[in-house]
Ligand binder design. Structure first.
Ligand code: HEM
Length: 143
């Protein structure tokens, strides 16, 4: 499956999630739940806008997939901040992971953290022992 198809599938996933969220909104009268659901809708929308921006910038989309052996300086990593159609990468223990389109990293941010940076210590503080990294694609190493 090429990148375009992957992005289009992700857009579909977000649209399906939005449809489910709207169904829940119809059935709930609880103010707090309503707010949470509205936040989830906003996150899905920001995912979709990032993905469509990525599709628009087709050139970067069709770059051959960097292999996991690709080397990044921290300066190069900072360009993969998930903005302006760029993919969103983070580094943990000198390994570079792709968090583009990951629901928890909507808008290329996550609990105050931003893509394009080394997040080794916040990861250790917040997710030690959790099987999260195996779900993310490795796109290179820090040199
Ligand atoms: C400030 C430190 C952090 C906090 C407080 C935090 C908190 C959380 C929470 C509450 C969730 C579950 C809810 C959600 O999906 O939004 C989550 C999921 C996730 N976090 Fe973090 N996180 C932190 C740092 C990181 C870092 C550094 C990474 C780097 C890759 C990361 C990657 C993820 C991923 C990929 C998920 C989704 C997991 C899944 O699909 O099951 N988090 N985080």
């Amino acid at each position: 499956m090429n990148d375009r198809e992957i992005f289009i599938n992700m857009i579909d996933d977000n649209l399906n999630e939005m449809s489910d969220t709207i169904d829940c909104l119809y059935t709930t009268s609880n103010f707090r739940v309503k707010n949470k659901l509205l936040n989830r809708l906003r996150k899905s929308m920001s995912n979709i806008s990032m993905l469509t921006q990525g599709l628009r910038n087709d050139t970067s989309m069709n770059n051959p997939q960097p292999s996991s052996d690709r080397l990044f300086t921290l300066d190069e990593l900072s360009r993969y901040n998930g903005r302006n159609g760029n993919p969103a990468y983070v580094a943990i223990n000198d390994i570079v992971y792709d968090v583009t389109g990951n629901a928890a990293w909507g808008g290329a941010t996550h609990f105050g953290l931003t893509a394009g940076t080394d997040v080794t210590s916040p990861f250790a503080s917040c997710h030690a022992g959790q099987p999260i990294l195996s779900k993310l694609k490795v796109v290179g190493k820090i040199t």
